[in-house]
Ligand binder design. Structure first.
Ligand SMILES: CN1c2c(nc(N)[nH]c2=O)NC[C@@H]1CNc1ccc(C(=O)N[C@@H](CCC(=O)N[C@@H](CCC(=O)N[C@@H](CCC(=O)O)C(=O)O)C(=O)O)C(=O)O)cc1
Ligand SMILES: N[C@@H](CCS)C(=O)O
Ligand SMILES: [Zn+2]
Length: 763
């Protein structure tokens, strides 16, 4: 019978127990022991849950207190020098310092850079390496968790991020090529494998997602060299795991590597099934990723059994593993308890626990088990009701999209004319200051919303709390001299979920949390039908905020690509079509904001870069429809209305032309953790419109100084024209507290004033 397993499990806990334990520890309200106890309980609970659902073996070391890439850096002792002293004294404190930065009277350590994990909304910490880097195996966490699983009676399969992917995901601080460190890193990996073998691990899962990316000959040689070395280590059998894309032209390389098993993603890349089955040497295990680790739809038994039967015709059952396409990190834990979902919709869904049960059914059915076959027949009926359901199609939405003219995606004039009208209208100073939208989501706000949702607080009282918060934000911004104000987004639980809740075609869960980074989670809404906007979503809040001030108040919307990318998207319609439907809904909102007198409107697109396909050959198509969707949302306004967009965690160097093609009047982007590295792109490409490279890393509790921000602005002015430079933080301030925000923004305004004076003096 095929073996049933999964590549990794969500860590945060069904009730976000890890989040609460982490945040309490960081606040100094609970000890390291209490935190580690919660972490251990979660691991045990998750292994037990997976076994009960039908997994034969469980991944181990997929758990992380913050991030698995950071864990890998620690496993290899690749700790940057600035954290070494703290690491020697208190490794857990050093771990969190790398993750979040630390600022006390005696220590001031910025965090590691954080960026997107491939095309997901999960963020990893970027290891910092340099020429001459030393590595050593530090296996305490890995071995500790393996022993825990074994002692609890589970067949544990340790998981580590592989050497080539680790090096490719890292950055070097001296501009050297990280892959040049391969010979230095491999002995540490060999030591890890040797230690695991000594513990009795039969298998190790080595994740090499980069094996499914575009590789040049040097990278391919690096793979050959690395796996020849690891295979000679006499460690556990290696399952080489690829996911998120097809192996494609790297298939010959993948099957030539001397490993015991290969995992492939047959959800993202079902077309590779035949080629993989044919090319795989007969002594290898194939782990078939047939159940989606990235989305929440119940799988279609007709499709999956077809795939498994095709594989089983070529591969003996004892060499076939039935698995999730990737780690389940990207989906919520359990559908049980989602009682508010319409029952038909609930019938179409499957979260981590249900997905493992699906795998069990597939493996049993393949072995001829009649109960499993009956269960699959029932599953097929559920899937079929979705295809037949009448409420997934809206004739009016489809017709409107068909009638859309090319002019809809065009502003009336080019930027050079618009900027004149906008200067006249707003009269802003050079280097105008603004923020990205959200102000702190305080406990008080969250509690009020929670009470309101539970029916314990009436609408009038809840809205009074929101108005008070907006007033506080407006008064504060005026008092420190911010030029373009925001209302602070207190009414939003999340920048995507909030809009999803107001749009037709979207559903949302009660407890469908997914980790975004560290202790921060999101509840991605579910797009199950055609999207339409029944009524304005933000206008009354923006209009209220504008009524409090003479300064311009920015309207704040989440863009179509981000609404798509950060939702669980229906799989029965091309993504680009869903994106255009959202764009139309937003276009109407933009129109209504403009009509309500909001002269500056920001349409956030932080997920534009993240949505880029992993293979370059597919970029042009994606960028074409993504940029077009943004332009549909923004295209209907007059020249004097200023459209902003915002992006965070983005490496734009490759796509700067497409960012320019969005034709936003102003873009604010994240750059502070990377010390304005992004600006390299501008030495090659002269970005024409307004731009605000972030000067304040809002993901760290650390408060940047005025000097630090002035220094970043000076760097920016070396490549940008003074008339195009804006001054703003990297991203919204919702995760920060008011005292930090007050200090940091005051310093930011002072830094802007300092540079403004310098620019005037030079003119
Ligand atoms: C900007 N980013 C975002 C991304 N993705 C999104 N979907 N949204 C984003 O803003 N991706 C990239 C970046 C960085 N990522 C994040 C992700 C998440 C957060 C964040 O702050 N998340 C909050 C949860 C937000 C939320 O939904 N809040 C709800 C529920 C609040 C809650 O927990 N309530 C309590 C009760 C209240 C109490 O007593 O305190 C409960 O339910 O138990 C709400 O506000 O109503 C998080 O805390 O993780 C930031 C950046
Ligand atoms: N307007 C949002 C953007 C986050 S990417 C915020 O400020 O939180
Ligand atoms: Zn952002």
């Amino acid at each position: 019978m095929p073996h049933v397993t999964y590549l990794g499990f969500p860590r945060i806990g069904r009730r976000r127990e890890l989040k609460r334990a982490l945040e309490s520890h960081w606040r100094g309200e609970s000890s390291a022991t209490e935190l580690l106890d919660t972490a251990r309980d979660l691991r045990h609970r998750h292994w037990a849950l997976a076994r009960e659902a039908g997994a034969d073996s469980v991944p181990v070391n997929d758990f992380s207190l913050y991030d698995h890439v950071l864990d890998t850096a620690v496993l290899l002792d690749a700790i940057p020098d600035r954290y070494r002293a703290l690491d020697a004294a208190d490794p857990l404190a050093a771990y969190f310092a790398m993750a979040r930065g630390v600022q006390t009277a005696s220590v001031d350590l910025p965090a590691l850079e954080m960026t997107k994990w491939f095309d997901t909304n999960y963020h990893y910490l970027v290891p910092e390496l340099s020429t001459g880097q030393r590595f050593a195996a530090r296996t305490d966490k890995l071995i500790g968790e393996f022993r825990e699983a074994t002692a609890a009676g589970h067949l544990g399969r340790p998981v580590v991020l592989g050497p080539i992917s680790f090096l490719r995901l890292a950055k070097t601080t001296d501009g050297s090529d990280a892959l040049a460190l391969l010979d230095a890193i491999l002995p540490a990996y060999v030591d890890v494998l040797t230690a695991l073998a000594a513990e009795g691990a039969a298998w190790v899962q080595i994740d090499e997602p980069c094996l499914a990316l575009d590789l040049d000959d040097t990278a391919r040689d690096a793979y050959r060299h690395a796996y020849a070395t690891l295979a000679a280590a006499n460690g556990p059998r290696i399952l080489l795991a690829t996911y998120f894309a097809a192996l494609d032209d790297n298939l010959p390389l993948a099957v030539s590597l001397p490993v015991a098993g290969l995992h492939v993603d047959l959800v993202r890349a079902p077309e590779q099934l035949e080629a993989v089955a044919q090319a795989l040497p007969t002594d290898r295990v194939l782990s078939a990723g047939v159940v989606d680790g990235r989305n929440i739809w119940l799988s279609d038994p007709g499709k999956v059994m077809g795939q498994l039967r095709a594989l089983s015709a070529r591969i003996a059952d004892d060499r076939l593993w039935v698995a999730t396409s990737c780690s389940l990190l990207h989906v919520p834990i359990d559908l049980t308890g989602e009682n508010d979902l319409r029952s038909s919709l609930r019938d179409w869904l499957s979260f981590a626990r249900q997905k493992i049960a699906e795998l069990r059914r597939y493996a049993d059915a393949l072995a001829g088990d009649p109960d499993a076959m009956n269960a699959l027949a029932r599953q097929s009926e559920r899937v079929a009701t979705r295809a037949k359901s009448s409420d997934v199609v809206r004739v009016d939405v489809r017709a409107r999209l068909r009638q859309l003219t090319p002019q809809a995606a065009q502003r009336r004039s080019g930027y050079s004319s618009r900027v004149v009208s906008q200067r006249e209208r707003f009269g802003l100073p050079e280097l105008p200051t603004t923020t990205i939208g959200s102000f702190p989501q305080t406990q008080e706000l969250r509690k009020a919303r929670s009470a309101y949702r539970a029916g314990k607080l009436d609408t009038a009282t809840y809205e009074a709390v929101l108005r008070d918060d907006i007033t506080r934000a407006v008064r504060f911004q005026e008092s420190i001299g911010i030029d373009v104000l925001v209302h602070g987004e207190p009414e939003r639980n999340d920048m995507v979920e909030y809009f999803g809740e107001q749009l037709d075609g979207y559903a949302f869960t009660a407890n469908g949390w997914v980790q975004s980074y560290g202790s921060r989670c999101v509840k991605p809404p579910v797009i199950y039908g055609d999207v339409a906007r029944p009524e304005p979503m933000t206008v009354r809040w923006s209009a209220y905020a504008q009524s409090l001030t003479q300064r311009p108040m920015k309207g704040m919307l989440t863009g179509p690509v981000t609404m798509l990318q950060w939702s669980f998207v229906r799989d029965d319609l091309p993504r680009e079509e869903v994106c255009r439907q959202i764009a139309l809904a937003l276009r109407d909102e933009v129109h209504d904001l403009e009509a309500a007198g909001i002269g500056i409107i920001q349409i956030d697109e932080p997920a534009l870069r993240e949505g880029l396909p992993l293979r370059r050959a597919e970029w042009a198509n994606y960028l074409g429809w993504a940029v077009h969707a943004f332009r549909i949302a923004a295209g209907g306004v007059s020249d004097a209305t200023q459209i902003h967009t915002h992006m965070c965690y983005s490496e734009f160097n490759d796509i700067i032309e497409s960012v320019a093609a969005m034709d936003a009047d102003v873009i604010s982007i994240e750059t502070s953790r990377s010390r304005m590295e992004l600006l390299d792109a501008f030495t090659r490409f002269r970005y024409p419109n307004g731009i605000g490279p972030g000067v304040y890393d809002i993901h760290s509790p650390r408060i940047p100084s005025e000097d630090e921000m002035a220094d970043l602005l000076t760097k920016a002015l070396a490549v940008l024209r003074p008339d195009q430079l804006w001054v703003n933080p990297d991203c919204g301030l919702k995760t920060r507290g008011w005292p930090e925000v007050e200090s940091a923004l005051k310093a930011m305004v002072s830094a802007a004033e300092r540079l403004r004076a310098r620019v005037r003096a030079a003119a």
